[in-house]
Design a protein. Structure first.
Length: 114
């Protein structure tokens, strides 16, 4: 991967805004430095994320929220619910939410190979 054009300030600001939940200390200048280091082939090994930077799952989530978080389809979330990988919380006759602890466990450990 190579940077072929100048990255505009608006693009840098948008990229840092999107990455800030995952890398809270990111800045536009830091992002440019990281990209330049990556292009030069001298990208340092990423430091382990401190526990304070880990995403916090506190409230029950909808299937749509879990799908957006993991970048997968609603069908995948439904399969994980059926398989017991994610725990459902019934909030009504048909309405369910997903237990935040099971979402955190899936985010941390991933899917077990079948």
């Amino acid at each position: 991967m190579r940077i072929t054009q100048t990255i505009t300030p608006a693009v840098l600001q948008a990229a840092t805004a999107m990455l800030s939940p995952y890398v809270p200390e990111i800045s536009p200048a830091g992002l440019v430095e990281a990209l330049k280091a990556y292009n030069a082939g001298s990208a340092p090994a990423p430091a382990p994320a401190p526990a304070a930077c880990a995403p916090r799952f506190t409230k029950p989530m909808t299937r749509q929220e879990v799908a957006a978080l993991f970048g997968c389809s609603l069908q995948s979330v439904s399969r994980w619910l059926s398989a017991g990988t994610l725990r459902r919380i019934k909030i009504g006759k048909r309405a369910v939410r997903i237990d935040p602890a099971s979402v955190a466990a899936l985010a941390e450990h991933g899917i077990e190979a079948e």
